[in-house]
Design a binder for this molecule. Structure first.
Ligand SMILES: [Zn+2]
Length: 66
């Protein structure tokens, strides 16, 4: 399956490739910077969580690398 065929977090067709920072809660300054394909639902979840981060599988995620 080619990149961009489905959302990183579900099977929905993604809307766009998004710059995402993720980190573990105890260590918020140690961030990984990724680009992930996201559907509009997951983009919305992440953007609603804002700088607190959207939790998934032990990671917190937010939109943007800054
Ligand atoms: Zn999704």
């Amino acid at each position: 399956m080619a990149a961009g065929d489905r959302c990183e977090f579900c099977t929905t067709r993604p809307r766009e490739e998004v710059a995402v920072a993720r980190w573990h809660a105890p260590d918020p300054d140690d961030r990984e910077r990724l680009t992930l394909w996201l559907c509009s639902r997951h983009m919305e979840r992440m953007s609603k969580a804002g700088t607190r981060g959207w939790p998934h599988e032990g990671w917190l995620h937010k939109i943007g690398w800054w």
